[in-house]
Ligand binder design. Sequence first.
Ligand SMILES: Cc1cc2nc3c(=O)[nH]c(=O)nc-3n(C[C@H](O)[C@H](O)[C@H](O)COP(=O)(O)OP(=O)(O)OC[C@H]3O[C@@H](n4cnc5c(N)ncnc54)[C@H](O)[C@@H]3O)c2cc1C
Length: 289
Amino acid sequence: MIPGAFEYLRPETLKEAIQLLQENREEAVLLAGGHSLLPILKARLAQPGILIDISRIPGLKGIGREEEALLIGGMTTHHEIKSAPEVAELCPILAEAASQIGDVQVRNRGTIGGSLAHADPSADYPAVLIALDAEFVVTGPEGARSCRAENFFEGPFDTAMEETEILTSIIVPAPRRKIGGAYCKTAQQASGFAVCGVAAAIVLGAGGEVEFASVGVTGVSASPYRAVEVESALSGQPPSAENIEAAANRVTDDIEPIEDLYGSAEFRSHLTRVWTKRALERAVQMVDS
Ligand SMILES: Cc1cc2nc3c(=O)[nH]c(=O)nc-3n(C[C@H](O)[C@H](O)[C@H](O)COP(=O)(O)OP(=O)(O)OC[C@H]3O[C@@H](n4cnc5c(N)ncnc54)[C@H](O)[C@@H]3O)c2cc1C
């Protein structure tokens, strides 16, 4: 399939890219790795008049470490995230999720900024970044602002970003204490997108009780979400099999699971409970080891 005609622009700086977005608000879209946008253009689900390629803007790519956080540029690819020693050391569940995205081709071209901005409700990163309480830095005509991961996704393919903003970096807080984490997913057979993906992070207190638990879920509802009911059910409790199972059973409380060709709402609910339990169990094992 062949996309409709468009003008191709390749700004050299972030400022120039934002200006182009401002000037062409109605007809321009950003092009990053193209792995979500190009299929859409080819299927003619969208026909923008202008593509603004941000792939060569300096400073948008790469992974850096600060004392209290990991900084990931919006144009960093899934492969780079999967392979970076800093990610493996500070946020191994992010590397785990990146390694499960699509196939080699998708991981080599697709970017974290593109994935988050596209906000596919079955994308992998949102579950992990919500569980890790990451912040997304978006830059627009008024400068940069940051948004917590759990407040960023507003619906399928909809985010808290303005049309003239670019997702420039992701800040993942580095854990001060030993943290256990796991990402568990059932993938769509053809693409690898999540039918259900659950990320869990756990910190245990001195007495072995759960001091902190965090759970992010993707693929299950219209937007990825933080499973606060699970977190509060586990908080302060010993991480026994019974407590984990009881907490995991609350993961779809107040959620309307979606129904599609990959599963009914009932099936998705069940899957989510099972993956939440296993992700929490793996996280506890990791923090114990
Ligand atoms: C076969 C296949 C399998 C896949 N499997 C998975 C999977 O298993 N799990 C998964 O999570 N994803 C999967 N994906 C999606 C993949 O991860 C994409 O790379 C990602 O969703 C989009 O990133 P991109 O860099 O390619 O963005 P593009 O396709 O270039 O852009 C996507 C959208 O985001 C906007 N955009 C891009 N970058 C920015 C930015 N920095 N700031 C603001 N807006 C921006 C664009 O304007 C566009 O609207 C798959 C894709 C394919 C084709």
